[in-house]
Design a protein around this ligand. Structure first.
Ligand code: GDP
Ligand code: CA
Length: 327
C-alpha cells in the first residue's frame, strides 16, 4: 500500500513514527512518501536550517529529544554559547551542537549545487529512513520562507515565521502570512507523482495553516489532492478547540477562523474524504456532509498511542476506498 503524507514538524513526525510502528507491527513493509513543509526554513549564521525536515529526520531516525519533540536527544549548546560570546544574533533560536552538524552539512551540499531534495535524501539515508520504507521529500527545492505580518511599537512589518513563533511565541497577533517564494516554487521531484499514485493520502495532525497550509500552496499540490482517486484522511490537530501544543489557534485567527476542528476540516473541504476527531469533538458537524467523521482519542502520549491513531486513520481510509472505487 502506497501512502503519501503531508507533514510539518512535531505533530507530523510523531504521527508518522506511529504509522511506521503500526505497519511494522502488522507485518506490512511501509511504502511511505512524506512531503515536508519547508516554509519554516531559515538561514542562521550562514547555515540553512530546515526545522520541520530535521524534526522528521530525528523522530523517524530514533534520535529526537522526546521531551522537546524536536532537536537531538542529549544535545548540548556549547557552540551557541560561543556565538553569544561574540554577540552573534539571533540568540532566540536554539541550535544544539549535534543538530548543527546537520545544518553545516546541508549548507555545504547546497553550496556545492545539490538540490534540497538531493540533500534531504542524503540526510535521510544517515537516519535510516529508506530502510524503514520512507521517502522524505521537501515540498519544493525552491527556497521558500513563511513571513508573518504583525503590528507592534515598530509599526506594521513582516517578520520571519520563526521569529514570530519562537521569539514572540505568537503573542503578537498575526495579521496575515506571506510566503516568500511560494508563487514561483515548483513542487520538488516526486511530490506530485506521490500524490497521484498513492493508495491512501494522510494529513497528520500538523498545523493546518503554517505546516499543511504552506504545502497546499505549492503550485500543483492542491490540484493533485482534488484529483486524487485515493481517499484523503486527516487527523485533527485540535482537541476540544485547543491545539495540543503550539499556537495553531493564533494561526487560524489570522485567517479569521475560530479554533475548532470543524474550521480545520473546512480548510481541506475541497479534497478531504475522512476526518479523525477526538471523542471530545465527536458531535462536530462539518460543512461538507460528504466527509466521513470518526472519533478516536487523539492525544499522542507515546508511540503506542500514535500507532493506534495511525491505524484508525488507515481503517477509515479503507472504509472510504470501497464505495469510492465501486462508484
Ligand atoms: P511543528 O511544525 O513542529 O509545529 O509541527 P506540526 O505542524 O507537524 O504539528 C503541530 C500541530 O500538532 C499542533 O497544531 C498541535 O496541536 C498538533 N499536535 C501535537 N501533538 C498532538 C497530539 O498529541 N495529538 C493531536 N491530535 N495533535 C497534536
Ligand atoms: Ca514547523
Amino acid at each position: 500500500m502506497r501512502i503519501t503524507a503531508l507533514a510539518g514538524g512535531v505533530g507530523g513526525a510523531r504521527f508518522l513514527n506511529g504509522l511506521l510502528h503500526h505497519l511494522e507491527a502488522h507485518g506490512e513493509v511501509p511504502e511511505v512518501t512524506v512531503i515536508a513543509n519547508t516554509g519554516d526554513d531559515i538561514t542562521l549564521y550562514g547555515l540553512r536550517v530546515s526545522p520541520d525536515v530535521d524534526t522528521l529526520l530525528y523522530t523517524l531516525g530514533g534520535a529526537v529529544s522526546e521531551s522537546q519533540g524536536w532537536g537531538r536527544a542529549d544535545d548540548s549548546q556549547r557552540v551557541q554559547g560561543e556565538l553569544a560570546a561574540y554577540g552573534a544574533v539571533p540568540q532566540w533560536f536554539t541550535l544544539g551542537d549535534l543538530d548543527l552538524g546537520t545544518h553545516i552539512v546541508r549548507s555545504q551540499w547546497l553550496g556545492q549545487g545539490q538540490s534540497l531534495s538531493e540533500v534531504t535524501g542524503r540526510l535521510a539515508e544517515r537516519w535510516g529512513l529508506p530502510g524503514r520504507g520512507v521517502r522524505l521529500l521537501p515540498m519544493t527545492d525552491t527556497p521558500v520562507e513563511t513571513h508573518v505580518v504583525i503590528s507592534d511599537d515598530d509599526g506594521q512589518r513582516a517578520v520571519h515565521f520563526q521569529e514570530w513563533w519562537v521569539r514572540l511565541r505568537a503573542s503578537v497577533p498575526a495579521e496575515r502570512f506571506v510566503v516568500a517564494g511560494l508563487d514561483r516554487a515548483a513542487a520538488a521531484p516526486g511530490v506530485l507523482d506521490a500524490l497521484r499514485t498513492a493508495d491512501v493520502i494522510l494529513l497528520p495532525p500538523s498545523n493546518p495553516v503554517v505546516s499543511i497550509g504552506i504545502i497546499l500552496g505549492v503550485p500543483g499540490v492542491r490540484d493533485a489532492l482534488r484529483g486524487s482517486a485515493a481517499p484523503v484522511v486527516g487527523v485533527s490537530p485540535l482537541i476540544a478547540g485547543a491545539p495540543v501544543r503550539g499556537h495553531a489557534d493564533a494561526c487560524l485567527a489570522a485567517l479569521g477562523l475560530p479554533s475548532t476542528t470543524a474550521a480545520v476540516a473546512g480548510l481541506y473541504a475541497d479534497f478531504l474524504d475522512g476526518w479523525l476527531v477526538d471523542p471530545a469533538d465527536a458531535g462536530v458537524r462539518l460543512e461538507r456532509a460528504r466527509v466521513e467523521v470518526h472519533a478516536e482519542p487523539l492525544l499522542m502520549t507515546d508511540v503506542a498511542a500514535a500507532s493506534r491513531i495511525a491505524g484508525a486513520a488507515l481503517e477509515l481510509a479503507a472504509r472510504l476506498s470501497g464505495p469510492r472505487s465501486a462508484g
